[in-house]
Design a protein. Structure first.
Length: 277
C-alpha cells in the first residue's frame, strides 16, 4: 500500500509539472533545454515513469516560478527510510534502466543477495539495531532484486572479485546458498557474472564499488559508493571514464563459463566446511 501511495504521489508530481509547464506555454523540449535535460526526460517525469534528481526539481521550480513546490515534493517522496538518502534515487533509476553493470570488490551486490546474506551484512554494519530494522532493510533489498525476474528486466552484468566469493558472510551454509543463488541466476540467463581471480593481481577501480546504468531515453549514469556515502555521476566525460574503467575490469576477469565454475567450486568448498564442523 505504501508503494501504491508513493506512486500516486509521483503521478501528482507529474500532473502538476505538466499543468505548470503548459501554463508557461513551454513544450517538453523547451523546458528540458532550460533545466538541462532532454524533452523525453520531462515527458517521463510527467508520466511518473522516472523521478528527477533534486537539482533538476530545483531548476524546474526556478523556470516555472513554482515557489519551491517541486523541491518540497521531491524531498517528501524520495525520503524512503529503507535506503540511505544518497542511494534512494539510484533505486528509482534501477527500475527504468535497460542495462546495469556493476563491479564489487568485496561484497556481493545487493541485486544478487539472498535474504541470509543481506541480513548478515546489515547486522555487521548495524550491530545494535532492532530485528524490525534488519527485516526492513532485508525486505527492501529483496524487493530491489525483483527487477532481475521482471519481464522487462534490464540486461544485468556483474564483475565480482574473488574476495567476494571467499568471505563467509552469514556463515558457511549461508555463503554456499548465496553462491548457489548467483549460479542459478547465471544458468537461467538472468545475470551475466564474471569473476576477477586473486591471480589477476592489480586491477582498475580497486578502491570501491562501481555501477553503470543505461536507459532508453536518457543519458547513461555512473554511481560509486564507499561505506558512508555514494555519488551519482551524469557528466558525460566522467561517465566515459567510468565506462573505460569497467572495460578494464572486465578485461582481467574470467570468462562467464570459467566464472561459473569458480563460483560453484567456492560454494562446494563452503558446503564441505559445513559437513566437517
Amino acid at each position: 500500500m505504501a508503494n501504491v501511495s508513493r506512486q500516486t504521489a509521483w503521478e501528482y508530481f507529474g500532473e502538476e509539472l505538466k499543468r505548470l509547464r503548459e501554463a508557461a506555454d513551454l513544450t517538453q523540449a523547451e523546458l528540458g533545454v532550460r533545466v538541462f535535460v532532454s524533452g523525453g526526460y520531462i515527458g517521463q517525469f510527467e508520466q511518473a515513469i522516472r523521478k528527477p534528481q533534486l537539482d533538476v526539481a530545483q531548476r524546474i521550480d526556478e523556470v516555472l516560478q513554482s515557489d519551491g513546490i517541486f523541491e518540497r515534493m521531491w524531498r517528501k517522496l524520495i525520503n524512503d527510510s529503507r535506503y540511505a538518502e544518497y542511494f534512494a534515487h539510484v533505486v528509482d533509476l534501477e527500475r527504468t534502466a535497460t542495462k546495469i553493470c556493476e563491479f564489487a570488490p568485496t561484497v556481493v551486490p545487493g541485486l544478487l543477495q539472498t535474504a541470509e546474506y543481506a541480513q548478515a551484512v546489515t547486522i555487521a554494519a548495524n550491530p545494535f539495531v532492532t530485528d524490525e530494522y534488519v527485516d526492513e532493510k532485508v525486505s527492501a533489498r529483496l524487493e530491489r532484486a525483483g527487477i532481475l525476474k521482471d519481464a522487462t528486466r534490464p540486461e544485468y552484468w556483474a564483475v565480482l572479485h574473488e574476495s567476494a566469493l571467499r568471505i563467509p558472510v552469514g556463515g558457511q551454509a549461508a555463503m554456499a546458498g548465496q553462491l548457489d543463488h548467483i549460479a542459478g541466476l547465471m544458468r537461467d540467463r538472468m545475470a551475466m557474472v564474471m569473476v576477477i581471480p586473486f591471480a589477476a593481481g592489480a586491477h582498475a577501480s580497486m578502491l570501491g564499488d562501481l555501477r553503470l546504468m543505461e536507459f532508453d531515453d536518457a543519458p547513461p549514469t555512473a554511481y560509486t559508493e564507499t561505506s558512508f556515502s555514494g555519488t551519482l555521476l551524469d557528466d558525460p566525460a566522467v561517465v566515459k571514464r567510468a565506462r573505460r574503467a569497467y572495460d578494464l575490469i572486465r578485461a582481467v576477469a574470467l570468462s562467464p563459463e570459467a566464472s561459473l565454475t569458480l563460483i560453484e567450486s567456492a560454494a562446494e568448498d563452503f558446503r564441505r566446511c559445513t559437513r566437517t564442523t
